[in-house]
Design a protein around this ligand. Structure first.
Ligand code: NAP
Length: 248
């Protein structure tokens, strides 16, 4: 089967680490990003320097028109996707629920829930045999927040990841007999720029002493699990979750 992989939010952090690792294992990679074109091009350059194949495409995955444009470009420039990582996600400043705006909640849900569901829809239209596809694999990037709830910080974000977990379970069962596997990873505190969005860029370093392993995680450690779930090595795994929380 072709190994054509689309990673949403592949320009930085966990998505970028996944793109580099997957390319080293023979995937032709599309790195989607929201606004940081230079970062996306740096990841592509790194992959090409190592002999891999990568393209970068800008699109906001919280908007279906942009997702349709993204998949059409991937069809033309890479070929029909056989693998999708729903990695793009966002969070807002730490806040109690009574101070959260409707705008904030909708933005979190559109980016972290509706976006992955729509990207999965358009991937399935290319993966499912009933639509001319040859099967495939989807990995959703959830969070340990889905089972911890993030009280006093970002319950909206945690709820969005809980919804993503339920989507993972349901979709996995829906397409299990049609050659498409759907799984998820749930990272804990990982060293990326993500925490700046919550107003605390040093968050992982500060909280390290409270973690069972005594340290934050690395994007590369999450990428290993994602790429394993994508691969045929995980051929009997669907609807499953790998937690990468250092014991949290
Ligand atoms: P990051 O370093 O902030 O990178 C986020 C990536 O997502 C960037 O490539 C960004 O593009 C892209 N992005 C954001 N919104 C997008 C949109 N609407 N459309 C397209 N691309 C979008 O984040 P990260 O830490 O690697 O997080 C990746 C995933 O892991 C997220 O789903 C997050 O919830 C999850 N996660 C992270 C942690 C952690 O501790 N870091 C823990 C648990 C779960 P630009 O570069 O253009 O902005």
């Amino acid at each position: 089967m072709d190994k054509n992989l689309l990673i949403t939010g592949g320009s930085r952090g966990i998505g970028a680490a996944t793109a580099v690792l997957a390319a080293s294992q023979g995937y032709r990679v599309c790195i989607n990003y929201l606004s940081d074109h230079a970062a996306a091009e740096r990841v592509c350059h790194q992959i090409r320097e190592s002999g891999g194949h990568a393209i970068a495409i800008q699109a906001d995955v919280s908007n279906e028109d942009e997702i349709i444009r993204l998949f059409a470009k991937v069809d033309a420039e890479l070929g029909r996707v056989s693998a999708l990582v729903n990695n793009a996600g966002t969070v807002a400043e730490q806040s109690r629920v009574e101070h959260m705006s409707e705008f904030r909640m909708l933005k979190i849900m559109m980016s972290n829930v509706v976006g992955p569901m729509l990207c999965s829809k358009h991937a399935l239209l290319r993966m499912l045999p009933r639509h001319g596809g040859r099967g495939g694999s989807i990995v959703n990037v959830s969070s340990v927040a889905a089972r911890l709830g993030s009280p006093g910080e970002y319950v909206d974000y945690a709820a969005s990841k809980g919804a993503l977990d339920t989507f993972t379970l349901g979709l996995a069962k829906e397409v299990a007999g049609e050659g498409v596997r759907v799984n998820a990873v749930r990272p804990g505190y990982i060293f990326t720029d993500f925490h700046a969005l919550s107003g605390d860029p040093q968050r992982v370093s500060k909280l390290e002493p409270t973690l069972p392993m005594g340290r934050g995680g690395l994007a590369d450690e999450v990428a290993e699990a994602i790429v394993w779930l994508l691969s045929d090595k995980a051929s009997y795994s669907t609807g499953t979750f790998i937690d990468l929380g250092g014991g949290r």
